[in-house]
Design a protein around this ligand. Structure first.
Ligand code: 5GP
Ligand code: MN
Length: 346
């Protein structure tokens, strides 16, 4: 994949302080893309800093920059610090988010900064007009894949993955591996080419897989069993299944950020199941986080937009519900009943 990076190159050339911003509840792709961009820019002599709206899963802490002064800044721990970084930046690069509101806290700061703004993202319907430059396509597995092809197209890398540091290569691999659910979803021919080039570059595929995907505690594994055995509700007429995760259960199973990663995929292993949903009570009890997954041509992106204040991709989307957890089953089952056929298969 070739990407026209002439405009990006001129923005990078004239910037020194560069803020790299990921989305709320950062996943592997958000973390992988901000850290890969960090490593590339640091190696190039720039002053990059990473800003994340909320904490990231502990198992991916190894992606943190080595320099303690460059530790990722979490808005929920230091919002004034995050705002200052945006205000002082020459360039703001948003990664793995299609709308500035996905930064939760920084929408106005990013809009008002004098810095140029770049978007690198793979979601549907990105807010292109809010950026000076948007590298945006849904024809890739992940933001990390899009960033990989973007970096390769820059003049100093010149198509040679050997010119990316190993840290940068590892970050890119982790984001792609997690967003594809380890090569299960949204994989394109170029995705395998990316993997092949990164492995040839020296990325330890098995080591990263073990670190990131085989990293859970006993209590997380028991929680997963509890969810499937005691919590999964099947709605056979809609070939759908859903699970609710409450704060009480999180406490009982010593829940850590990232522990529910993958739960929503479990019901889709059932032959007849086409749609799966996970509803998680937010820690402050103010809203319920929604995770949706589907098989094949069923479009949960539009389902998330219409009923769940969110969005995402065709087969993986998310959002929020502002209601008590107990009210969710009735709301969800009604949403399934009212899901317009033409949107469901679009
Ligand atoms: P997850 O279920 O893993 O949290 O999210 C699945 C997909 O939906 C991700 O690609 C994510 O970007 C998107 N997504 C999750 N939550 C939201 C949300 O609140 N708003 C929007 N627009 N997209 C979301
Ligand atoms: Mn992503």
């Amino acid at each position: 994949m070739q990407i026209d990076t002439s405009r990006l190159e001129s923005l990078l050339a004239s910037a020194d302080r560069i803020a790299l911003v990921g989305h709320f509840n950062p996943d592997g792709d958000a973390l992988g893309s901000v850290t890969a961009a960090y490593h590339y820019l640091k190696d190039r002599g720039k002053k990059p800093r990473i800003i994340l709206p909320s904490p990231y899963p502990e198992n991916m802490a190894f992606l943190e920059p080595d320099d303690p002064r460059d530790r990722m800044l979490i808005c929920e721990n230091d919002l004034p610090g995050a705002r200052a970084l945006v205000a002082e930046a020459d360039l703001v690069i948003c990664l793995d988010l299609n709308r500035l509101s996905r930064t939760e806290y920084l929408e106005q700061d990013i809009l008002q900064t004098r810095a140029s703004k770049v978007l690198i993202d793979h979601h549907i319907a990105a807010e292109l007009e809010r950026f000076d430059l948007a590298i945006s396509t849904i024809g890739v597995s992940s933001t990390c894949e899009l960033l990989f092809w973007t970096l390769l197209s820059l003049p100093d890398v010149a198509g040679d993955p050997g010119r990316l540091s190993l840290r940068c290569a590892e970050s890119l691999y982790v984001g792609m591996m997690t967003d594809t659910n380890n090569f299960a979803n949204s994989v394109f021919p170029d995705t395998f080419e990316m993997a092949s080039k990164l492995i040839a570059r020296g990325v330890d595929k098995d080591g990263l897989q073990e670190k990131v995907l085989s990293c859970y505690s006993v209590s997380r594994t028991r929680l997963m069993g509890h969810m499937v055995k005691d919590k999964m509700k099947v709605v056979p007429q809609h070939q759908a299944a859903y699970m609710l995760l409450s704060n009480k259960e999180k406490e009982r199973y010593h829940f850590q950020p990232g522990d529910s990663e993958g739960f929503v995929n479990l019901p889709l292993a059932i032959r007849t199941m086409q749609v799966s949903a996970l509803f998680t009570e937010n820690i402050d009890g103010k809203y319920v986080r929604v995770s949706l997954r589907s098989k094949g041509t069923i479009n949960v992106n539009k389902f998330a937009i219409r009923f769940f204040n969110g969005g995402g991709h065709r087969n993986a989307a998310g959002g929020r519900l502002y209601m008590p957890l107990e009210a969710v089953p009735a709301y969800f089952e009604q949403a399934l009943d009212n899901w317009p056929e033409e949107e469901k298969f679009s």
